[in-house]
Design a protein around this ligand. Structure first.
Ligand SMILES: [Zn+2]
Ligand SMILES: [Zn+2]
Length: 661
């Protein structure tokens, strides 16, 4: 959307390029809670995620932050189980004050501040580093960035740059708009020897070209908007956060640039609240916790974006999968297992080779036939449907699979468990009659709620997306299906927003975001009606008049993918999983090795009773206790001579002290 230089909405550059900052693709919108444990009101925002659907194109969530401070108290509102997950130390951090941070969407002033900050930073950089070439610098969630072609920067440089920015802000220089012809812009850019600026000028289609001056000292190609003068920025509400390498235009064949990220707010109080939130988010980073608790890894030797689930992560996944399968069977789903590859021909039929190719890996040749790793499970489930003739009496047919898929992602966009190349969708497809759509969707909503609640997610943001301009299927069926989705949501009693025209081309959909303990929102569940694939695969059933008809197909996922959901879970609980998910539920600690035999006996009995227990010894007791705490193990039993004598153990809960003998 706009960016410093070049850009700007009025110049209608492709917004996707400018929008995609790493921070916006990774970080979900943030909101946090107050000590009073109330939710901050949320800002509606658009999202379109069709990870699942037939030919969905994945899009990023634009995130506005709204958030706040004190993450912490929130979990206790969610369930007794989650409240367990809070440590004392966290609770002490709870602050009374509640701040709702504005977003770029909610505050035009803030957006102008951030946009202006990007220019001011570029001006400061060129003052200090005259050889630095400017490129682009958009506002983003929480702040702004700017890319420069220059020597690598250090943290020390950032401090100098911020100081120079403060000076520019202090001078209260006006931002003055000027319109020039393309030739004039070219002449000035040539004189300054700014090759990137020239390239940007080339991509601006409209004339005149707009330029913004900061005082008489510096200018940039831009279409605004800005604050009137640099003095409108509060220097105490601005911080330069980090510097990172970024390829020009995100293209690894183009030069590597220095990207400086900054955060900017309307006032100091907001900045503080944001920094507090950021710190809390960092503490919960699933990549760090994943390593500390030995849950998973991504190994260079195997390649980026490919996840190794270690024993402790794998047991959690097993528990999730187990419960997921059980609940699905209770809700009338049949389980499937299907292959990870298929003939390319299948992907031609499905349309993926024509419309989804950039997300798919190269084909492999097997006996002169081309095969393809699957990016989606849907065509397989259709093949299972097609194995026999169906009558209207068979419906609804619900099939579910924890289906692993592989999608091409640029290495630069990979991010822990959140953006990977191989992942397992908790996928399912429902084949039904038109007049069953409503009840089927309602059933999916119930099942979704049941599954999400057990993980402590009770707050959702729901979006219903309707027919886009370009779509397959006639108006009548779109109307029917959209009405069915709406009625199902109304039945369920959930409030939702309508995203007019935001549906996939193949059908309307419902997306659901869950809110984590920090108030951040994560797109996980999606339910999509599909009028396209049934037609492409020519699937049919026989109706009561013995005529062939086309069934309705619904794609849906509750967790999204196990990898990403696991990442969300780790951050939600900060690694402090509730008892039922804890990889090790109980650790038994002998005071001396004399009690070891008894301890092993206790552990064996616990395991026989499906309690995940282990014995730890070989260190002094206080160290053993500390280790167990570090590993966030919920229950501990210390065994001394007295316990051995009486054949008992005293159980201590990590959260609630002694739980008795
Ligand atoms: Zn600007
Ligand atoms: Zn599907």
């Amino acid at each position: 959307m706009f960016a410093v230089h070049r850009m700007a909405t009025s110049h209608s550059l492709s917004s996707s390029v400018l929008l995609s900052s790493p921070s916006s693709s990774r970080t979900p919108p943030i909101r946090a809670l107050s000590a009073a444990k109330r939710l901050v009101s949320s800002v509606p925002r658009r999202s379109a995620a069709s990870e699942l659907g037939g030919l969905g194109v994945r899009s990023k969530t634009r995130s506005g932050v709204s958030l706040v401070r004190c993450a912490v108290a929130t979990e206790s509102t969610q369930s007794a189980r989650t409240s367990q997950a809070e440590s004392l130390e966290e609770t002490q951090k709870v602050e009374e004050e509640r701040i709702v941070l504005p977003t770029n969407e909610s505050s035009d002033r803030l957006l102008r501040i951030r946009h202006t900050c990007a220019h001011v930073m570029a001006m400061a950089v060129q003052k200090l580093f005259p050889d630095a070439k400017v490129t682009i610098g958009p506002w983003i969630d929480n702040g702004f960035y700017y890319d420069f072609d220059m020597e690598p920067l250090t943290d020390k440089d950032l401090k100098r740059i911020k100081k120079e920015m403060d000076r520019i802000i202090g001078k209260n220089l006006p931002l003055v708009r000027e319109e020039v012809s393309r030739d004039e812009a070219q002449r000035r850019i040539t004189a300054m020897n700014e090759p990137y600026k020239m390239e940007i000028l080339g991509s601006i289609k409209e004339e005149p070209i707009t330029i913004y001056h900061i005082g008489n000292e510096w200018w940039d190609l831009c279409a605004g908007p800005h604050v009137e003068s640099t003095g409108n920025i509060n220097r105490k509400a601005v911080e330069l956060e980090s510097v990172a390498g970024a390829y020009w235009r995100g293209d690894e064949k183009r030069p590597m640039l220095q990207r400086i990220y900054g955060t900017a707010w309307e006032n100091e109080k907001q900045l503080k609240a944001y920094l507090h939130f950021k710190e809390e988010a960092k503490r919960r980073d699933h990549r760090r916790i994943g390593q500390d608790l030995d849950l998973f890894s991504i190994q260079e030797e195997a390649g980026g974006g490919l996840v190794f689930w270690h024993p402790k992560g794998a047991i959690i996944r097993h528990i999730i999968e187990d419960s997921w399968k059980r609940i699905h069977m209770e809700h009338g789903y049949d389980l499937l297992y299907t292959p990870h590859v298929a003939r390319a021909h299948l992907w031609k039929t499905s349309g993926h080779l024509d419309f989804y190719k950039e997300n798919m890996y190269d084909q492999m040749n097997i006996e002169d036939d081309l095969y393809q790793l699957r990016p989606m499970n849907c065509p397989y489930h259709i093949l299972v449907y097609k194995r026999k003739l169906h009558s209207y009496r068979d419906f609804p047919i619900r099939v579910a699979e924890l289906g692993t898929v592989y999608r091409y992602e640029l290495s630069g966009s990979l991010h822990g468990l959140f953006r990977v190349r191989g992942f397992t969708q908790d996928d399912a497809h429902i084949f039904c009659l038109e007049d069953q759509i409503r009840s089927e969707i309602r059933g999916v909503l119930d099942l979704t709620e049941r599954i999400l609640l057990q993980f402590g997610f009770s707050k959702y943001e729901v979006n219903l997306s309707t027919r886009p301009e370009k779509a397959v299927g006639d108006d009548d069926i779109w109307d029917k299906a959209t009405t069915a989705l709406r009625e199902a949501l109304d039945d369920k009693g959930w409030s939702y927003q309508i995203d007019e025209g935001g549906g996939a081309f193949y059908g309307p959909k419902i997306d659901l975001k869950i809110e984590d303990a920090l108030g951040r929102k994560w797109q996980c569940s999606t339910i999509q009606v599909d009028f396209n694939l049934p037609q492409r695969f020519d699937i049919t059933y026989v109706d009561s008049n013995l005529e062939k008809k086309r069934p309705i197909m619904i794609h849906r996922a509750v967790l999204g993918s196990l990898e990403r959901f696991f990442g969300v879970l780790i951050e939600h609980y900060a690694g402090d999983f509730p008892l039922w998910l804890s990889p090790i539920q109980a650790r038994i600690l002998p005071v001396t090795d004399n009690q070891l035999k008894f301890c092993n006996e206790v552990a064996r009995k616990l395991k026989e009773n499906s309690v995940r227990a282990e014995v730890c010894h070989g260190e002094r007791l206080p160290k053993l206790i500390r280790n167990a705490e570090k590993q966030k193990i919920p229950l501990m039993a210390v065994v001394g001579p007295k316990e051995v004598e009486t054949g008992t153990v005293t159980v201590r809960s990590r959260f609630g002290g002694s739980s008795g003998v």
